[in-house]
Ligand binder design. Structure first.
Ligand SMILES: Nc1ncnc2c1ncn2[C@@H]1O[C@H](COP(=O)(O)OP(=O)(O)OP(=O)(O)O)[C@@H](O)[C@H]1O
Length: 295
């Protein structure tokens, strides 16, 4: 069994809540935390990894409070922080040996594990090269390898795909999917396509609180009948539509303009068509469109 329950987690700094009343149950699989900068994702991840103590609420792992489990709980965690740094002069292998030693792993077991992980993240061939010479994506992969050294049951990845190119991102998604059967994997991202392809459940966070959570399908269902495409050749209408509705996308053709909008009521324009919601619409509806597109 692998079950992690967050109950009413709240973190207060002075008069400000970095998060409040977060209640979620995680079981094996990938969970995506989606939200704009400052929404409270990092705070939540640090609470889960015990780096931040909640001001209120509790965390229960397999029926036991993690305060009681203490070291036993920390041994189950693998964490890739957002600001993960590596020692530039170390080779990938030396760096992993160093982290392994910090985690209390040594000898033949550690050596075997390190080789296995270097192969898993595709860095075995360059294992003796200085990490300082690695690309951003390669450094991120070293970060993922170090998070996996202790065979974690709970893997927490803060913005793991930041700075990865599309090929590296695809590789990363495959890696995560392969591991998700026997682990709880919690990852935060701004990138909708990360969530669409691997998360079994998405938790949308805004201003420190959960806005919505559910499967991709459940979340899209909530937007059913709210997304429309309007075509017009009148600039006045474009202006009016932009003022009246949340516009997700706007495309200018030679003779007309096509707008993708979100509305609770059917818009009354000549060329209006209801369309299938996409995850991007959901994000736009609740947050803003900035930072959501794959770079
Ligand atoms: N040590 C602190 N003292 C005061 N306020 C803090 C502290 N840490 C975080 N906050 C505030 O709590 C809120 C949530 O921060 P958090 O870092 O969890 O957001 P986030 O969603 O992870 O954003 P990002 O993606 O930028 O890391 C922010 O408004 C932030 O300014």
């Amino acid at each position: 069994m692998n079950k992690l329950e967050l109950k009413n987690l709240t973190k207060t700094y002075g008069t400000k809540n970095a998060n409040s009343n977060i209640t979620i149950t995680f079981e094996n699989g990938v969970y995506g935390l989606l939200g704009p900068n400052g929404a409270g994702k990092t705070t939540l991840m640090k609470q889960i990894t015990t780096l931040i103590e909640p001001s209120k609420g509790e965390i229960i792992y397999n029926g036991k409070n993690i305060k009681e489990l203490d070291e036993k709980y920390r041994d189950l965690i693998g964490y890739l922080p957002q600001d993960f740094g590596v020692y530039k002069n170390f080779s990938a292998k030396q760096f992993l040996q160093y982290v392994a030693a910090l985690k209390g792993l040594s000898g033949k077991y550690a050596r075997k594990k390190i080789d296995k992980l270097l192969k898993l993240v595709g860095l075995y061939e360059v294992r003796n090269k200085a990490v300082g010479k690695f690309s951003g994506g390669m450094k991120r992969r070293v970060g993922i390898a170090q998070a996996l050294l202790n065979d974690p049951k709970i893997l927490v990845l803060d913005e793991p795909t930041a700075g990865l190119d599309p090929q590296e991102r695809a590789r990363f998604r495959n890696l995560i999917s392969q591991m998700s059967k026997e682990k709880i994997i919690i990852l935060s991202t701004h990138i909708i396509s990360d969530i669409e392809s691997i998360a079994k459940e998405t938790i949308m966070i805004k201003d420190g609180a959960i806005l919505m959570k559910g499967s991709h399908k459940d979340i899209l269902l909530g937007m059913e009948g709210k997304v429309y495409r309007i075509k017009t050749d009148s600039e006045n209408e474009v202006y009016e539509i932009q003022n009246k509705y949340k516009v997700v996308n706007i495309q200018r053709g030679v003779n007309d303009v096509e707008l993708r909008i979100i509305s609770d009521n059917v818009p009354q324009y000549k060329e209006t068509k209801a369309v299938e919601p996409k995850f991007e619409d959901v994000y736009m509806f609740y947050f803003d469109l900035e930072n959501t597109k794959e770079m």
